[in-house]
Design a protein. Structure first.
Lengths: 515, 432, 368
């Protein structure tokens, strides 16, 4: 593969934003027909590099050269790069939820006859493209009615509608479950067979190691190295070493759990879907948490883990039907989020940007947001205490920010997640529910978050971790529940947990509880 | 650039909406000086300042409530109609039942509260968008005004007129000035000094380096100079006139609401709801209650504004309140609030409102017709917001600014940041 | 730190006190300029303010232009302002206030809402300006000095008479079916027009010779908010639907031309024959309409004469003379009887249009 002709060469790319050099002297060589991965921690410059390539940052706003198909390209905008066959698929999908699959595939690129959209051709071509990406759906289905995995495929079909030669995927599997991720990776291999070149940006190093032909590693806006996967025998550890510039001994901090008695129990929890009232999102779910215990919730996307957690957390999802919550031996009734906080529950949501944080806030305002009563006297905020509280979390959680007055938008994903954790630690919870606590966070920050979770458990708190990454659950949790269609299908202690068993329980209704 | 920013930060405080305010204050000063020159000194003459305050206090009053509505992510189109409705109700009860004026004011506020509860109910508990609820309210209460008043103009008694056209009385020895206005000015001066002093103390308690002394001096001296000048102008008007009662009502409310929005849990909840409603809800904020209170508060303030206007006009008429909502909304946006909610300050809105007021007044003093005044005001609104959008794109003075700029490692402003950084390196397990 | 607080407060106090010493606060600026009653007059190049309502009718625009030119010709500085189209009352209030600030000696006010200007008028009075109410009487204030207008009761009488004459000319025998329209309820003149017209129509209605088809004879029922054409048109539309699907409408009493045309538009839209419609103001479009045989009559209240008369009063005041008035008892504004000068109006139909507008450069060509 390494001897294939060069399709794209980016030479000495330097891009500056006011006050910061995002890329300095970056080089990238992508050969015809390969899958080229770009790896690097958050803020390393991966996305900026792709924005330069796709014309989001137009020619003139950077220095350096882009040689594409042998000639120098100067893209003025995205249309120009798309015209040349370079299509980028962003992490946040650019689909219109209220339009159909066909309409989305041809959005802005509609086949026309005499200025009028030619729906016959559009539908025919849509079916062809859907077959190409392995999407089996009625092309008239609305985007909002299909899952994230299928939406991703629609994005790719959309790219093909534009005669793509170089496909760029930014974190394509971040939001996908195992099965959908698998399917997507297979699809990329399939494209390679057809001679389509792809660039993939991903935090999931196992995927990169598995699928990529070449990996370019960026760190702090510099090219560190380009690895030839087959020739160099690259594995995950090798990539990590390049990304962080040092060896990472273990992906999880050492930890000896100190587990106490059961203090929190949910019994026969049943919840209806908020809109479709005949659908149950949780069915007779029962689980327990002990003091000092880290409990994992494993399940496929849509299995109802988040729904279950949020409904327990002050009925903030769905319609409560039945079930009991017992804490410290007494039944408690939680009807609202403020009740939940009052009873020592905390829920760190899976989507920190859309529901976890107010992105207009600064760090200190975010940290105290869930328990203002701790810093108010008769309703009046004590700014000194607010500052001190935020400051203590900034230092204990090692949030990388000069002051707590910094807006949260300036922080990297990992540091934002630390702020969200601080916000909930500030409420002095007995039970923390962490929903996908490390999604979209780079390796170094993940390690730190794991450490924080373990410390919380050591303080005698109960911690529930919901995650789609099985290795994470196995590495971190003392016990793992498997969830399938709103029902708990398994309760597996750490020593028995392995991906195969978990997957089996996650996909079957058969009760395997052993309590 | 960064030097300017640092200075700005120390003079006006750090965050971005303050930075926007910084720009607006300069705009205001520039406009005042411009008209002062163009009108040959009429703009800052006592008579004009006094009439400026009494003419615009009710609009600024609305801007306070509107700021909170907009920060919470809503809009209120009904304020003008609500004001007119309350105005006619109050005028009518005083005329028909000889209700004493202070009782009439209470009735007016109560009517405002009931209207606010009605609108708040639909917005918060039924979930109808505020735009629709208040559009309906705009028609509903305009019609109500005409229904009750038969589209007549109803005069109000002398006592009631105090809240709209009254002045501080002349008491004490003849100093050549209105003594109570002088006293008021002195109180405000003391407040400014005390506030700065307490601010320094707070910063020290936070462990932050208090700004250098000279910055505090500037922060006190400039406002003091302005206040002393204003006090003398207001106190030095024609005998019988002084700082208007409506201006005092406005001032008191500005202070109270600034405190509420900045320093109370309730105020912070408004920003939280406007910034990210779902996140606020998941942090235990009672979303419905916040929305209800914000809408209700707006109508109460609209009621007050309506009464002040009626008092000033000496009568309640069918044309009262037309277009007020737009003036209030414009003031809020010129003052730096975000269209999508979550951002904005009371003081910013007041400055925004004053920009519009001074502009209007100055152009009228120059004899510019109301048609051209409207054109100019429209352009100013557009340019003020466009300027901010442009700045955001340029990465200056704005939220986006901070998005584009990873935190600066060399920033010296962080309290105790150097010692922390040392610790950080020492402890970090990944740093090995 | 405490020290600096004390120092700051002290500095402020001292500043206040020192400046207090050089106050130049005036008891009443009027003493400097001279008031209306003193007969002292004022400099010939003084500022004269003219505050007019929004530009909703041609007449106000014309009046504004005439004031600007006439005052300039007489050697005065003028400041002629119209209220904005939406925020009329508040606009006019602040415009008057601005004129006071600028030291206007005489302020001529065509009020938007005659009852909501007392604060400003009194402020003008206190500042020593003379206030002349132009066309609309300002209510509930001692501050208004003079009133200049056409005799509006007479206008109403002429309109009522013209309506009867017009209908008789078309159809010699009654009974006649008519509809009544009146002006904006916040305009003092609306009731005067209406009462004048009714003084003529009432006997005919009582005798059964004239029938108001809809039965709406109260001024509240017939009012047109804000003198807005759209409101009149809307009311006519509904009247046509409710009352005249089968009946014939013989005449409509309209208080002015703008409304008259709106009424005619409505009737034409319904495909009905145009009845006798009265009007007022001699607006260009209406004169055309009269010549085309659609609108029946208008009133010629030549704005030129009214403005000329007003400027004459300003000149008299400047010279320290008592301005000419011809009515000292009819116009009670609620707290005082305002001395007035009333000009006689003239009814214009197709028959006398050429003669009536002979001196009007805009209207004269239309009548040929």
């Amino acid at each position: 593969m390494r001897d294939a002709p060069v399709l794209l060469e980016m030479r000495a790319i330097t891009k500056e934003f006011p006050g910061v050099k995002a890329l300095s002297d970056v080089n990238l060589v992508v050969r015809q027909g390969e899958i080229h991965a770009i790896a690097g921690e958050n803020g390393a410059g991966k996305s900026t590099l792709m924005k330069v390539l796709s014309g989001v940052h137009p020619y003139g706003s950077y220095t350096g050269q882009i040689l594409y198909e042998g000639t120098e390209s100067r893209f003025a905008d995205i249309r120009a790069s798309e015209h040349a066959g370079i299509v980028i698929i962003h992490q946040e999908l650019a689909l219109v939820p209220g339009l159909s699959i066909t309409e989305n595939i041809f959005l802005g690129n509609e086949p026309r006859r005499g200025g009028v959209i030619d729906w016959k051709t559009a539908n025919r071509r849509a079916l062809e493209l859907m077959a190409l990406v392995g999407l089996e759906e009625d092309p008239d289905t609305l985007i909002k009615d299909i899952g994230v995995g299928k939406q991703q495929l629609v994005e790719i079909a959309k790219a093909f509608a534009k005669n793509v030669k170089l496909l760029i995927l930014d974190e394509p599997t971040a939001a996908l479950n195992e099965t959908d991720s698998r399917h997507l990776l297979d699809l990329l291999r399939d494209f390679r067979q057809r001679g389509i070149t792809s660039i993939i940006i991903s935090h999931k190093l196992n995927e990169i190691a598995e699928i990529a032909d070449a990996i370019t590693i960026l760190r702090d806006g510099h090219t560190i190295e380009t690895l030839d996967v087959k020739a160099d025998g690259v594995d995950e550890d090798r990539i990590v070493r390049g990304m962080v510039g040092r060896e990472l001994h273990s992906r999880f901090p050492d930890h000896t759990p100190d587990i106490g008695e059961v203090f929190f129990e949910v019994r026969d929890w049943t919840v209806r879907h908020p809109v479709a009232s005949d659908r149950l999102v949780a069915k007779n779910a029962s689980f327990t948490v002990r003091r000092g215990e880290i409990v994992g919730f494993a399940g496929l996307m849509g299995a109802g883990r988040t729904e279950l957690a949020m409904s327990v957390f002050g009925r903030s999802y769905g319609v409560y039907v039945s079930g009991q919550i017992i804490k410290d031996g007494r039944e408690i009734v939680i009807k609202s989020v403020s009740d939940a906080i009052e009873h020592g529950l905390a829920y760190v949501s899976e989507d920190r940007k859309s529901i976890g944080l107010n992105l207009l806030d600064d760090i200190k305002t975010s940290v105290v947001a869930a328990k203002l009563s701790k810093i108010t006297k008769r309703g009046v905020i004590d700014h000194v205490r607010e500052h001190q509280a935020a400051e203590s979390y900034r230092s204990s959680l090692r949030v990388k920010a000069p002051t707590v007055d910094e807006p949260v938008t300036t922080l990297s994903g990992g540091n934002q997640q630390k702020v969200v954790l601080a916000k909930w630690m500030f409420t002095d919870p007995d039970l923390l529910i962490l929903d996908e606590p490390t999604r979209g966070i780079d390796v170094g920050a993940k390690y730190e978050i794991y450490g924080i979770i373990q410390r919380l458990a050591d303080q005698g708190k109960g911690v529930i971790v919901i995650s789609s990454e099985l290795p994470e659950l196995i590495g971190l949790c003392d016990r793992i529940y498997t969830v399938f269609e709103g029902t708990i299908t398994g309760d597996i202690p750490r020593r028995d947990a392995d991906p195969e068993l978990l997957l089996k329980q996650m996909t079957s209704v058969k009760k395997a509880q052993r309590s | 650039m960064s030097r300017v920013k640092e200075l700005q930060k120390s003079l006006f405080g750090g965050n971005t909406s303050n930075a926007r305010q910084f720009g607006m204050i300069f705009t205001l000063v520039a406009i005042v000086l411009l008209f002062e020159i163009l009108t040959g000194g009429l703009t800052l003459n006592p008579g004009n300042l006094i009439s400026l305050v009494s003419q615009y206090s009710y609009i600024l009053l609305l801007a306070i409530g509107m700021l909170m509505v907009i920060v919470a992510g809503h809009i209120d189109l009904s304020v003008g109609s609500v004001a007119a409705f309350v105005g006619i109700v109050v005028a009518q009860v005083m005329q028909d039942y000889a209700v004493p004026w202070f009782l009439a004011v209470l009735i007016g506020l109560a009517v405002g509260a009931v209207i606010g509860a009605w609108q708040g109910f639909w917005v918060a508990y039924v979930g109808v968008p505020a735009f629709i609820v208040t559009l309906a309210g705009m028609m509903l209460f305009r019609g109500g005004n005409q229904f009750i008043g038969n589209a007549n103009t109803i005069p109000v008694p002398e006592g009631f007129r105090v809240i709209g056209s009254g002045f501080l009385p002349e008491v004490g020895p003849d100093t050549g000035y209105n003594n109570l206005t002088l006293l008021l000015g002195l109180v405000v001066c003391v407040a400014v000094v005390v506030r700065e002093w307490r601010g320094r103390r707070t910063r020290r308690e936070m462990g932050a380096d208090a700004a250098p002394m000279w910055i505090s001096v500037i922060r006190v001296a400039v406002p003091l100079a302005v206040i002393v000048f204003a006090t003398l102008q207001f106190a030095g008007g024609r005998v019988g006139t002084s700082f208007p009662v409506s201006g005092i009502i406005l001032g008191v409310l500005v202070v109270i609401y600034s405190f509420i929005t900045r320093n109370t849990a309730g105020g912070r909840h408004i920003y939280a709801v406007g910034g990210n409603a779902r996140a606020a809800e998941l942090s235990g904020v009672k979303l419905k209650r916040v929305n209800f209170m914000v809408m209700m508060n707006m109508s109460v303030l609209a009621a007050l504004a309506g009464m002040i206007f009626v008092a000033r006009s000496a009568a309640s008429g069918p044309q009262d309140g037309i277009g007020w909502e737009l003036d209030a909304i414009a003031a809020v946006f010129i003052g730096g609030a975000a269209v999508s909610g979550g951002l904005g300050t009371i003081s910013g809105s007041i400055v925004g409102g004053l920009v519009m007021a001074v502009l209007n007044n100055g152009l009228q003093l120059l004899g510019v017709g109301s048609d051209r005044v409207q054109i100019i005001k429209g352009l100013v609104l557009l340019l003020a917001v466009a300027f901010d959008v442009y700045n955001k794109k340029q990465g200056r003075f704005s939220v986006i600014d901070s998005l584009m700029r990873p935190f600066r490692r060399d920033t010296p402003t962080g309290p105790a940041s150097s010692s922390e950084a040392g610790q950080e390196r020492g402890k970090s397990p990944v740093a090995g | 730190m405490r020290k600096s607080v004390v120092r700051g407060v002290a500095a402020a106090a001292i500043a206040l006190l020192t400046l207090t010493a050089c106050s130049q606060r005036s008891e009443d600026t009027a003493t400097a300029g001279g008031s209306a009653e003193s007969g002292a007059g004022f400099p010939a190049d003084s500022l004269i303010g003219v505050a007019l309502p929004a530009k909703t009718s041609e007449n106000w625009v014309l009046a504004g232009d005439l004031f600007t030119d006439g005052l300039k010709e007489a050697g005065f500085q003028s400041d002629v302002q119209y209220a904005g189209s939406s925020t009329t009352v508040a606009d006019q209030q602040s415009q008057i206030q601005a004129m006071v600030t600028k030291g206007a000696k005489v302020i001529v006010i065509g009020a938007t809402d005659a009852a909501q200007l007392s604060t400003q008028v009194e402020a003008a009075k206190d500042a020593g300006a003379v206030v002349i109410a132009y066309d609309r009487l300002i209510k509930n204030t001692q501050g208004v000095d003079y009133y200049v207008a056409y005799d509006n009761f007479k206008v109403g009488e002429l309109q009522g008479q013209a309506l009867l004459d017009g209908m008789k000319a078309k159809k010699p025998e009654g009974p006649y079916t008519i509809e009544l329209f009146s002006g904006s309820p916040d305009d003092n003149n609306s009731a005067v027009f209406f009462d004048g017209a009714m003084s003529v129509l009432k006997p005919a209605i009582d005798s059964g010779d004239v029938v108001v088809g809809s039965g709406q004879t109260e001024i509240k029922q017939t009012a047109t908010d804000g003198w807005k054409a759209e409101n009149a048109q809307r009311r006519m539309d509904s009247l046509l639907t409710s009352t005249y699907s089968s009946k014939t409408l013989d005449g409509v009493l309209s208080p002015n031309d703008t409304l008259a045309r709106a009424i005619i538009t409505s009737i034409k839209g319904a495909g009905k024959p145009i009845p006798v419609v009265t009007g007022q103001d001699s607006e260009v479009e209406s004169v055309k309409s009269i010549m085309a045989g659609e609108q029946y009559s208008t009133i010629n209240k030549d704005t030129r004469n009214l403005v000329k008369q007003t400027i004459q009063m300003v000149k008299d005041l400047q010279a320290g003379k008592q301005p000419q008035i011809n009515d000292t008892k009819s116009y009670d504004n609620g707290v005082k009887v305002v001395p007035a000068y009333l000009l006689p109006p003239q009814i214009v139909t197709k028959d006398n249009a050429a003669e009536a507008y002979a001196n009007d450069p805009t209207l004269a060509p239309l009548t040929k």
